[in-house]
Each structure stands twice: as C-alpha cells, then as structure tokens.
Design a protein around this ligand. Structure first.
Ligand code: CAA
Length: 258
C-alpha cells in the first residue's frame, strides 16, 4: 500500500501488516493513509472472505504518533481525531470479519485500532491500554466508546482513568482478547480462524457482522427487525439453497458467495 502498510491477499484471506518499527508502528499520516488504502483495496476485491491485521516487530501499534501531535492546535487535533475515526470506522464497517493479531504493544490508538476489529487474538507478549491521560489528553480514535462497549463502562473507566497497561491474561479476563497464544502461534492461529470463517457462506457471515454492529447499540426491536430482514435476504442467495441442500444430501456445501 505504502512504505508503512503492506497488504497480501492469498486464498481469500487478506493480511494487513503495519511496519514502521522505528516508531513502534505509531500512527502518523503515512500509516493512517496506508490503512485506508489497504481497506479500500480489500473492499474492491470480491475474493476476500476474512482479514488479519497485525504489526511488524515488537509492537502491534504503540499509539498515535506523539511527536506528530505534540504541537497541534485544538483545530488540528480535532481534524486528526476525525480523520482517524473515519478510517477506523472504515475498518469496522469492512463487510467481512477482521481479526487483530495483537503481537505486542497495543496502546492508545493501537488499542483503539485493535478494537475496530471483530476478533482479537493476542500473543502472550501483548500489552494493551489507553495511556493518553499520561500525556494530558484522552483517546481520540474511539477508545472511550469502543472500550466501554467491549468490556462494560466500569472496567473501561478504570483503564481510561488510570492509563494502566495490562498484559494478555488480564486482557483475556476483561474480554478485550478472545484468545491468548504463544508468540510463535499467533499468525498460524489467526490464519486458522480466518480459514474457518472463509469456508462458511460469505454473505451469511457478512450479514452476521452487519446485524451485530448495527443492531446491538439501539433498542432490541430495531436489532430484531434488522436480523429478520437479513435472514430473509439470505434466502435470496444461492448459498442458502446449497447449504440446506448439502445438509439434506449429507455432503459438505460448496459456497459461491452469492
Ligand atoms: N508516538 C511516536 N513515537 C513513538 C510512540 C508513539 N506513540 N511510541 C514509541 N515511539 C518511538 C519512541 O519515541 C522511540 O523513538 P526514538 O528511538 O526515536 O526515541 C521508539 O518508538 C522506541 O520506543 P521506546 O524507546 O520508548 O521503546 P520502549 O520499549 O522503551 O517502550 C513503550 C515502549 C512502552 C510502548 C513506549 O514507547 C511508550 O510508552 N510509547 C507511547 C505509548 C503511548 O502513550 N501511546 C498513546 C499515544 S496517544 C494516542 O494514541 C491518542 C489517540 O488515541 C489518538
């Protein structure tokens, strides 16, 4: 994509790697632009069924770039937050599942980036937190909102107020991470999960993501109505016919993604 973000697509799985190791993959203009380009490119490729997002070296992402932000005026800070939020929402809204392979530090904007993903698998070396209060600021790329939605307001406020950095085991207890694995198993395990998802009916998987993302923040009636519409929508796909026919015929289904 650019000097700091790589995208490889193979067998229906996209792997996005942030590689700005000299700054522990901190999010500057270039990394943000690379992430945006990568997810726009993924959106144009109909072969992709699942994506893995990770960092090169010892960090996932150590936050937004503090050196770039240090001299911001309030107007510049607002524009930076809005840009980051727009790109992070693009990732969150990407129609297929995105798995964060949290290989190391996921701090500030890095924790916020991991939280835009649907599933977070952590290496035993992962460290996560929202340490912005140490810098005299608060999270600007969605941390106050997504952390509270993932782990509940009470646990989220504790981490946001204290800036405490937690290890992988605590992240697992709080529901930030779905699973913790040995560092050498991180990418293989994420690949295994991505491949398992890629073998399912793609439209159905994509509708699941939409139903959870769009349906669970508002009233139950809205979520249920959305679910019923999406359920109906799957009955217009060839994959619904194939999936149910394969069950009745006692054979594995061959999904086409339509
Ligand atoms: N921004 C810019 N540069 C960063 C960075 C960041 N967020 N995190 C690390 N770096 C740079 C360091 O400045 C250092 O560069 P130099 O070699 O040029 O000095 C290099 O990466 C290596 O970092 P350290 O020497 O600090 O490595 P360490 O192993 O001793 O410590 C660390 C690792 C604990 C992650 C430490 O780097 C750190 O605390 N980083 C900052 C974490 C942070 O506060 N993140 C939140 C940022 S604010 C934010 O994200 C706002 C938002 O929501 C949008």
């Amino acid at each position: 994509m650019n000097d700091h973000v790589r995208l490889v697509i193979e067998n229906g799985i996209g792997v996005v790697t942030i590689d700005r190791q000299e700054a522990l993959n901190a999010l500057d203009d270039g990394v943000l632009a690379g992430l945006e380009e990568a997810f726009l490119a993924l959106g144009r490729d109909p072969s992709v069924r699942a994506v893995i997002l990770t960092g090169a070296g010892k960090a996932f992402v150590a936050g937004a770039d503090i050196k770039a932000m240090a001299a911001f005026t309030p107007v510049e800070a607002r524009a930076f937050a809005q840009r980051g939020q727009r790109i992070f929402t693009l990732i969150e809204d990407y129609p297929h599942p995105v798995i964060a392979a949290v290989n190391g530090y996921a701090l500030g904007g890095g924790c916020e980036l991991a939280m835009t993903c649907d599933i977070r698998i952590a290496s035993e070396k992962a460290k996560a937190g929202q340490p912005e209060v140490n810098l005299g600021v608060l999270p600007g790329f969605g941390g106050t909102q997504r952390l509270a939605r993932i782990m509940g307001r009470s646990a989220a406020k504790y981490l946001l107020f204290t800036g405490e950095v937690i290890g992988a085991a605590r992240g697992l207890e709080l529901g930030l991470f779905n699973e913790v694995v040995a560092p050498e198993n991180l990418l293989p395990r994420c690949m295994e999960i991505a491949a398992a998802i890629a073998a399912k009916a793609p439209v159905a998987v994509s509708f699941v993501k939409h139903a959870v993302n769009e349906g669970t923040d508002g009233p139950m009636a809205h979520g249920l109505s959305l679910e019923a519409e999406l359920f109906a929508g799957t009955f217009g796909t060839q994959d619904q016919k194939e999936g149910m026919r394969a069950f009745i015929d006692k054979r594995p289904p061959q999904f086409l993604g339509k």
